[in-house]
Ligand binder design. Structure first.
Ligand SMILES: O=P(O)(O)O[C@H]1O[C@H](CO)[C@@H](O)[C@H]1O
Length: 309
């Protein structure tokens, strides 16, 4: 891992980004369809990922491929950096590339990281459009096909070999999320809390997988975020995840029985069947677009209240 090109990436950024923006206090990762989060920044400087050594290219629709630096909030403003587009393992990126931007943000001085994503609801109480403040995660290697971004030689001897994750999700930032929702007058059920399950994708869950994840205690499921959280924790950042529910994962109570249908048909009493519901990325992006303004205001309000540390 020592071959990671931090020196090159940081010197390119130092050349392209004005000094007043180069020490961001807060980092933001934009999930699918959520790149408009950067529209509340001013004095924005965008650096395309293809100019930054070590960065991959986001190939997923709804993800741009650049790092935006800018100011947010009143007065002089708070310098922030926004990842407009993330890397997913299913695009073919190794986990070290998936988390490389997070490690760069840490080296720029980011101490507080707000990660956003789109997710499917496993918990039937979570309606589409709900923003879930993540409390914990489930990363099951068999389901993700990946291990862990901190697997292998340690990046630094200063990092713990056995990173604890019982406190991965910052209480300080989660409190700010609920205070922001209150300040913005959001409805009680606009913001919820829950557990995120990480799967590899890019296939959406089968009903059996959905049922398994739900029974394992997950409330929402997605194909990103967990590697970023783990790397950010290793780098010593405070992390919060806002997960926008874009669809419900279909978990039928029972399977359609073709055996029973044929039997009924042969007996002259055919059984009516509702069509199977499926999810699409277009649906995911559409909900992101509908909720872009609320997410943007929430994130801006949280950032304005992050104390300087
Ligand atoms: O997690 P983000 O990047 O928001 O994207 C989510 O949306 C895509 C599926 O529609 C997957 O990549 C899933 O992880």
């Amino acid at each position: 891992m020592s071959e990671l090109p931090f020196a090159s990436t940081l010197s390119t950024l130092a050349r392209l980004v004005p000094a007043k923006l180069l020490k961001p206090r807060v980092g933001i990762v934009c999930g699918s369809g959520l790149s408009t989060l950067a529209s509340s920044l001013r004095d924005v400087v965008e650096v395309p990922y293809n100019q930054l050594e070590g960065f991959g290219k986001s190939t997923v629709v709804g993800h741009k491929s650049s790092l935006a630096f800018g100011l947010i909030g009143p007065g002089e403003g708070i310098p922030v950096v926004v990842m407009l587009g993330r890397f997913h393992p299913y695009e073919g990126h190794p986990l070290s590339t998936v988390v490389y931007p997070i490690r760069v943000l840490a080296r720029l001085g980011v101490k507080n990281l707000i990660i956003t994503n789109a997710s499917g609801a496993l918990n039937p109480n979570l309606a589409v459009g709900t923003i879930v403040v993540i409390q914990d995660h489930l990363a099951i290697p068999n389901l993700t096909g990946h291990l862990n971004p901190v697997f292998g030689p340690q990046l630094s001897p200063d990092y713990p070999r056995f990173l604890p994750l019982s406190d991965a999700y910052s209480v300080k930032l989660r409190r700010l999320a609920f205070l922001a929702a209150n300040k913005l007058g959001l409805a009680e059920d606009a913001l919820a809390e829950g557990v995120y399950a990480w799967v590899s994708g890019p296939t959406y869950e089968t009903p059996a997988e959905g049922r398994f994840l739900r029974s394992a205690g997950a409330d929402v499921v997605g194909m990103s975020t967990v590697p970023e959280v783990v790397a950010a924790r290793e780098e010593g950042m405070e992390v919060m995840v806002l997960s926008l529910v874009t669809n419900a994962v279909v978990i039928p109570e029972s399977y359609r029985s073709i055996k029973a249908e044929i039997k009924a048909e042969l007996a002259g009493k055919p059984i009516e069947q509702a069509p199977v519901q499926t999810v699409s990325h277009d649906e995911v992006l559409a909900v992101g677009k509908q909720k872009a303004e609320v997410m943007k205001n929430l994130v801006a309000n949280i950032i304005e209240n992050v104390s300087s540390d």
